[in-house]
Design a protein. Structure first.
Length: 336
């Protein structure tokens, strides 16, 4: 049997496609069909299909027969008017990647837990209001991206995803994170930007391999002390919050390379800032600083960027703090 390994269908003037002529295809890309409103039920004839990508088409639903694509490994749907996902979709037991972007989906069915081989799940710029508890059954999941939805809560069952490496739930409506997140011991990147968080659970300090933490644009008034337990943390962005001070324990972040503190209410930096020997980028723009501690000179060896624009620091307020490095080399050109 001869297989057509890859087809691209420009569906601009189609309302519905007949898939019988593509039954031997292994990959199908259908894009830009302003009049394309539905997938034909005979898509089930494409038994060899491994990848299906649908871009900029006006579909509001998928046919139930999509569940008969027993070899489907990757499904991408971007810029559609999709409102629901058929339960039958979750019969595609070989599915490894599911990405839905810019759609009207508000509910993820409980049956999502049936996808035991799923490694990457992305629902971006949708209208998702809640995650089902069955999300915790996705034991193969390594990536979970839920950017820009309407989520108010993350279920405790998230802690069952022990193999998760990347968790992005930024720009939602979260006001708390469950303590079970501490079970995600393989997590490398955690993005909580753009939520309503005022604190983190103490258990977050158990994620010892975490290297990147994004907390920009939340409601933190106090620096979460749990962060200082993350010995492998290299990148921290906690800008655009309401922090008035950093704790002395900040000096325990022995691996930190980038520390972003822009747009807070910091009046001074602790002397322990000088313990961050690996620090390369320090950004403290638009705070209330009037001077820098002398100990910041201890960062001379690796510090490459120091952004101080939007503070009330004069050159005399930094005198003697940068050792042999000229002040203008590091930040003077960036303070205007």
């Amino acid at each position: 049997m001869n297989f057509v390994f890859h087809i691209v269908i420009q569906a601009a003037w189609c309302r519905m496609l007949d898939f019988t002529e593509y039954r031997n295809s292994r990959e199908a890309i259908i894009n830009f069909g302003p009049t394309f409103t539905s997938l034909n039920d005979n898509i089930k004839e494409c038994k060899n299909l491994r990848k299906l990508s649908l871009y900029e088409i006006k579909i509001t639903s998928l046919p139930s027969s999509i569940g008969e694509l027993e070899n489907l490994e990757e499904l991408v749907i971007a810029y559609s008017e999709l409102r629901t996902l058929p339960i039958e979709l979750f019969n595609c037991s070989k599915l490894e990647k599911l990405l839905i972007r810019n759609s009207n989906i508000s509910v993820l069915p409980d049956e999502i837990g049936n996808l035991k081989m799923l490694e990457s799940l992305s629902l971006l710029h949708c209208k998702l209001k809640a995650l089902p508890k069955s999300i915790g059954q996705l034991k193969s999941l390594k990536e979970l991206f839920l950017r820009n939805n309407l989520l108010e809560k993350v279920p405790d069952e998230i802690g069952n995803l022990a193999g998760l490496n990347h968790f992005f739930v930024d720009y939602n409506k979260l006001n708390e994170i469950p303590g079970t997140i501490g079970n995600l011991v393989q997590l490398k990147r955690l993005n909580l930007n753009g939520n309503l968080l005022k604190e983190l659970p103490s258990e977050i300090g158990k994620i010892t391999d975490l290297s990147e933490l994004y907390l920009h644009n939340n409601l933190f008034e106090k620096f979460p002390i749990e962060i200082t337990e993350l010995k492998h943390l290299k990148y921290l962005n906690i800008g655009k919050n309401k922090l008035e001070a950093l704790p002395a324990e900040i000096g325990n972040c022995e691996s930190i390379e980038s520390l972003i503190l822009n747009k807070n209410e910091l009046k001074k930096l602790p002397v322990e800032i000088g313990k961050l020997k690996t620090l390369k980028k320090l950004r403290i723009k638009f705070n209330m600083l009037k001077n820098l501690p002398l100990e910041i000179a201890d960062l001379n060896q690796n510090l490459e960027e120091l952004y101080l624009a939007g503070n009330d620091i004069s050159e005399s307020g930094t005198k003697g703090t940068l050792g042999k490095k000229e002040l203008r080399e590091i930040f003077a050109d960036r303070t205007h």
